[in-house]
Design a protein around this ligand. Structure first.
Ligand SMILES: *[C@@H]1O[C@H](CO)[C@@H](O)[C@H](O)[C@H]1NC(C)=O
Ligand SMILES: *[C@@H]1O[C@H](CO)[C@@H](O)[C@H](O)[C@H]1NC(C)=O
Ligand SMILES: *[C@@H]1O[C@H](CO)[C@@H](O)[C@H](O)[C@H]1NC(C)=O
Length: 307
């Protein structure tokens, strides 16, 4: 099994981090004055000097049009989130805007929570993550993974336009007998935080649920049928097994009966198991055939009156 795709050294990864978010997102505004972004951690002090003021020229700082201080120095002792806004330094004698800053209070990121699993074993694995604490600032996430023995670091490619936050690990080695290390770095203007996590491919196999679960009638008998999850790439080489569970009445929470199904995508609804005239609700879950990892979520229930 070879390694393909982009290989990043740690230094290149750092470079990506820096081009991603450290640049000043200055915008043009009033009088062609660029607005400078000033990031400050909540609770800390910030000082901004109004530059380019002639000696003795009277100036004031305003926030959203209201006066904050009549001085060249804008000084906040302990910045609060509510202090966010565009601060403007005006010359009172010239009536001109001298400088503008966009104050952005927030927090440096804490290590994010990350979870990875393999719905398309063995081709790829997915990771999703969330920031445990709100930073109030644009925060980027970079995810990489490393083969512990070969020491090569790969990027976990972020999947654009997916409804969930996801990145994709490819070219994973099966039965590697050693976990990969997944690193997640959260970075914003106030700092960064990295967290490593061990990831064992086989332990984290988790198929998506089977699809198209339905009841058909074949030779006068009802049969529950389904299709393997489309995300499972090679059911012929990496077979799935299924568990069907059923209940009747409003017994959703209790009274499930489970039936394992090997090597088929169907289960006959036999009268020796089911009671004629009763409505049953069926759900199916997919599992890797050798029992690796976890089963899929249950499919949506399908209801049928047994006859
Ligand atoms: C700023 O903090 C210092 C010490 O914490 C305090 O002595 C001073 O009065 C504060 N200044 C303002 C303007 O709140
Ligand atoms: C200033 O205006 C901005 C944008 O309208 C707003 O988000 C911010 O809360 C205002 N700040 C204050 C202190 O009123
Ligand atoms: C992450 O933060 C450390 C200090 O906490 C700093 O030395 C390092 O350059 C930062 N890395 C990036 C990519 O900004």
């Amino acid at each position: 099994m070879g390694y393909h795709g982009n290989i990043l050294t740690d230094r290149q990864v750092l470079f990506l981090l820096c081009t991603g978010c450290c640049q000043d997102s200055s915008t043009q505004l009033l009088n062609d004055q660029p607005i400078k972004d000033v990031y400050v951690e909540v609770g800390s002090e910030v000082k901004v000097l109004c530059e380019g003021v002639a000696g003795g020229e009277p100036v004031e700082w305003t926030l959203n049009g209201s006066q904050v201080v009549s001085s060249t120095l804008l000084h906040l002792n302990s910045t609060r989130l509510e202090d966010r806004g565009i601060y403007t330094c005006h010359s009172l004698s010239r009536g001109a805007v001298i400088q503008q800053v966009h104050l952005k209070p927030g927090y440096p990121p804490s290590p994010p929570d990350i979870r990875c699993w393999a719905p398309s074993y063995p081709l790829k694995a997915l990771c999703t993550w969330s920031q445990m604490t709100e930073t109030y600032l644009p925060t980027q996430h970079i995810i990489t993974y490393r083969d512990r023995d070969y020491g090569v670091t790969y990027p976990c490619h972020i999947i654009p336009k997916s409804p969930d936050i996801l990145c994709e690990m490819k070219n994973l080695q099966i039965l590697a007998n050693r976990p990969y290390i997944v690193y997640i770095t959260a970075i914003n203007a106030l700092g960064n935080a990295t967290k490593p996590m061990e990831f064992d491919l086989e332990e984290n196999v988790k198929p998506d649920p089977p699809v198209n679960v339905r009841v058909v009638v074949k030779q006068g008998r009802q049969v529950l049928e389904w299709n393997h999850p489309p995300s499972w790439p090679e059911p012929q080489h990496f077979p799935l097994m299924y568990i069907v569970r059923y209940y009747w009445g409003n017994n959703q929470g209790q009274g499930h009966t489970k039936v394992p199904v090997h090597g088929a995508e169907s289960l006959p609804i036999n009268l020796d198991r089911f009671t004629k005239g009763r409505t049953y609700h069926f759900q199916v879950s997919a599992h890797e055939g050798l029992g690796s990892g976890k089963g899929s979520e249950w499919s949506q229930p399908v209801s049928v009156i047994v006859h």
